[in-house]
Design a protein around this ligand. Sequence first.
Ligand code: FES
Length: 215
Amino acid sequence: MSFKPKNITYQVSPIGLHGGKGHSELKENPLKVDTNLIKTINEKTVELNTTKLGINKDVTLSFDTKGITPEPYLGALGHVVILDDMGEKFVHVHPTSEEQRGIFMNLDGVSKHLLICNGKICTKNGAEEVTETIRGELKSLELQKEIHTTKTLCNGQCKHGPIAVLYPQGTWYKEMNKAKSEELIRQLKEERNVNLGSELYYHDGKTFKNHESEL
Ligand code: FES
């Protein structure tokens, strides 16, 4: 079996498995093709699309994460395991670095980007609940494809955390909690200028400015 992703540096590690008889000889439990290419785990859905599969043909695997940014597992953002039809050999590949993720967000139709600080202090002050609430509300209001969310490391405003930043508006919101998170998404759904009463910075088109409540 040969596998080499185009233009991307992957670690490719073929592994032979020999556990007694070859799988093809184990009639009682033959491998079955799983034709369901949409999987939902922990309320996160991923859909796999492929170009036509064929021997010695280039194949593109596309993973639609439905607006959710994947989180690293065992140090890599994506893992692909390909098994041969005898069930005896597989290759396991993953990107060798974050820059070479090989997973690209499809931002078609996305109008806003919400950065949610999940740095140490914000997490201590409830950022996880904020993140879950925002993502849960986006899902229940079917806004996941319009508003993209990303968890970030520290944004340098720990004493005001948990912090959320909305783009392209460039507004920073401080002291986020569950209620403010629900309100934020509700106002975005209504396409209003979000006003939570806890704005920290706004962008005047040129630079960030302190919100009046911070002056
Ligand atoms: S940890 Fe969120 S601003 Fe520092």
